[in-house]
Design a protein around this ligand. Structure first.
Ligand code: SAM
Length: 226
């Protein structure tokens, strides 16, 4: 039994998922090797918390706290690589000093050449061989988190890189998007977030999230729902 009974319950199959409020390094240390599929979006350390984001009618100012002033330490990436049977790390191009080379990158093409910021984002993938591109325009006018990822992007990651029996771990879960995607796809999930306000936002989103698929039907019959 670890310090985190809600995490133990997910591993034991007694719970479908949890959001843990705390430092992910402390929570991850109790998890077994290769016990999860990690899909995550760590702070890039580029000061996104104090930037003007977007353009035109979609411009917003981000200034609630200083969570993006620095990126996570090497130890966090070591833990992700140890626990992750596979791992997808958004912003992987900011963390190359901590990650081994990989031929497998994901590209999110934001389909918006007018943005004053990057036209896309990159994710580092632990296992795999081929670069993949996801094209998705997302205005995100009503964001719950300044760097909230589109749910459809995270559904694409979870669906493509995990099996129904896998546990999805996001140690930097923010407003909970990865866990929402996992729940929509019927996967168990563990989200960790250091900010209590975002933990509450993530828990509320998850209470309001329903699985996309009827568990009694084959996924292949319901692929059009994605
Ligand atoms: C880039 S944001 C994630 C946004 C998320 N993808 C979403 O859609 O809302 C990174 C998050 O990591 C959290 N964080 C930073 N350091 C942490 C730590 N040591 N343990 C857990 N969470 C942490 C920040 O508070 C922030 O909410």
């Amino acid at each position: 039994m670890s310090k985190y009974p809600e995490v133990d319950a997910v591993f034991a199959g007694e719970s479908d998922g949890c959001i843990v409020c705390g430092d992910c390094l402390e929570v991850m240390v109790g998890m077994a090797d290769k016990s999860c599929v990690v899909v995550t979006d760590p702070p890039y350390g580029i000061g996104a918390d104090s930037m003007q984001m977007g353009s035109g009618e979609h411009r917003w100012h981000v200034s609630d706290n200083a969570w993006d002033d620095s990126h996570p330490p090497r130890g966090a990436f070591d833990e992700i690589l140890r626990i992750g049977n596979n791992a997808i790390i958004w912003g992987g191009n900011y963390f190359t000093e901590f990650l081994p080379p990989t031929p497998h990158w994901l590209v999110w093409d934001k389909q918006n050449p007018n943005l004053s910021f990057a036209e896309g984002e990159l994710a580092w993938v632990k296992n795999g061989k081929r670069l993949r591109i996801f094209c998705h325009y997302s205005a995100h006018v009503h964001k719950l988190h300044p760097t909230e990822k589109p749910t459809r992007l995270m559904v694409w990651c979870v669906d493509g890189y995990s099996h129904p029996s896998d546990i999805i771990l996001d140690p930097f879960v923010g407003s909970g998007t990865t866990c929402v995607a996992a729940k929509q796809l019927g996967r168990r999930y563990i989200g960790i977030e250091i900010d209590e306000g975002y933990c509450e936002i993530a828990r509320k989103r998850l209470r309001e999230t329903q699985p996309l698929f009827d568990k009694l039907k084959q996924k292949v019959e319901q692929k059009h729902l994605l």
